[in-house]
Design a binder for this molecule. Structure first.
Ligand SMILES: NC(=O)C1=CN([C@@H]2O[C@H](COP(=O)(O)OP(=O)(O)OC[C@H]3O[C@@H](n4cnc5c(N)ncnc54)[C@H](OP(=O)(O)O)[C@@H]3O)[C@@H](O)[C@H]2O)C=CC1
Ligand SMILES: Nc1nc2c(ncn2[C@@H]2O[C@H](COP(=O)(O)O)[C@@H](O)[C@H]2O)c(=O)[nH]1
Length: 327
């Protein structure tokens, strides 16, 4: 791979505007036969989403993926969501008990609309076997598999039956994989996304490294159908993390799914905890994201997300912000 770059190194080039108002621009996206308001999904992490937020998002027309860290709650969660006519979107791992869980769902006649296989190193037989297990027992569930960082991995997971793949090894804000292992797409996530998207025949979800709303448009430009975001969604009133005060300022915790705070032990730790500024309501952020993305579409010279996919771009090597703070 040559010519690597990340979000900060790229600017999209404006094209002639064809709308009179940004409100004419449509940010919606289709995934798995469902239409969602934004190509954005909050990370399936314990300090980002819980059952209440999942319900709020589904009712509001947004995509969501529930995390897998309260495994015993999943059956009732699926029943509850589908009982209300909402999509059921859950996560699984690859350990033996997760195979049993998928069998239990099939026996109960429960088909989640979306199942995400949430594993650090998704290019593995463990994930391929789980994709095949789910597809054998729950063929109507839309399976998202990951995480990966290479075209080979995308092809293998797609060939195994995955309906979408999730790209991003190590670019996350609370990730320490790159430091502890020396591997990953941290620092070149956007280029890795482009590399993977060229090989993909099914949707790609870009995961990790989004620091500004403009990064969502850049992800779409380089091949993402959907963008998974953790840190920008941390710290809201509704966010599950604990709130504390530091120097008189309210902050909320955000920790990695492979951190010792999640695992309850110091074994194979590849995540850390941080505190983020308290941000107000989640809905306000979603509305602002939508407005910013509508503006991106207008700069792309179109009325729909697809307009962004073909815009020109320039590489400006870390100079976009010219030393300024982002906000
Ligand atoms: N996107 C990213 O960059 C990363 C995300 N994470 C997140 O952390 C959470 C925990 O992930 P994960 O540890 O995979 O899940 P689990 O702790 O559920 O581990 C799943 C299984 O995979 C094995 N495993 C984990 N990592 C590797 C590896 N590098 N090579 C071989 N086998 C492995 C584990 O065994 P054993 O533990 O014995 O090795 C275990 O049997 C997930 O939510 C994941 O999304 C974690 C790191 C990177
Ligand atoms: N290496 C690790 N990556 C992790 C961990 N927990 C979550 N994640 C990944 O980060 C993104 C969110 O990234 P952000 O930049 O938007 O904050 C999330 O979706 C996971 O893929 C972890 O412990 N270690």
């Amino acid at each position: 791979m040559d010519n690597v770059f990340d979000y900060e190194d790229i600017q999209l080039v404006p094209a002639k505007c064809i709308v009179n108002s940004r409100s004419e621009c449509d940010t919606s996206i289709e995934l798995g036969g469902h239409k969602f308001k934004l190509p954005v999904v909050p990370a399936n992490m314990q300090t980002i989403i819980d059952e209440t937020i999942a319900t709020q998002l589904a009712e509001g027309g947004y995509f969501y993926i529930m995390h897998r860290f309260n495994p015993e709650k999943r059956v009732n969660f699926i029943k509850d969501m589908q009982g209300r006519g909402l999509i059921a979107s859950i996560s699984v791992g690859v350990k033996p008990e997760e195979y049993t869980f998928v069998e239990e769902l099939a026996t109960l006649g429960l088909t989640p609309d979306f199942i995400t296989i949430d594993i650090a190193h998704g290019h593995s037989n463990a994930v391929i076997n789980m994709i095949q297990h789910i597809k054998g027992l729950l063929p109507k569930s839309f399976v998202i598999a990951g995480n990966v960082g290479t075209p080979e991995a995308v092809r293998e997971l797609e060939n195994a039956g995955a309906d979408a793949t999730k790209v991003g090894i190590g670019p996350g804000k609370v990730c320490i994989t790159k430091i502890k292992t020396g591997f990953g797409t941290g620092g070149w996530q956007l280029a890795a996304l482009r590399w993977c998207a060229k090989a993909a025949t099914k949707p790609i979800i870009a995961d990790g490294g989004i620091r500004t709303h403009g990064d969502i448009a850049k992800s779409v430009r380089f091949g993402a159908s959907m963008v998974m975001i953790g840190s920008l969604f941390a710290g809201h009133e509704e966010s599950p993390g604990n709130t504390i005060e530091i120097d008189g300022k309210k902050v909320k915790e955000y920790f990695g799914s492979a951190s010792e705070f999640q695992k309850g032990e110091k074994k194979n730790v590849e995540g850390k905890k941080m505190y983020v500024e308290h941000k107000g309501s989640l809905n306000d952020t979603l509305v602002e994201m939508q407005q910013d993305l509508q503006s991106s579409i207008s700069y792309a010279g179109g009325t729909k997300l697809d307009a962004i996919r073909t815009v020109d771009y320039v590489i400006v090597k870390n100079s976009i912000f010219n030393g300024d703070k982002v906000y």
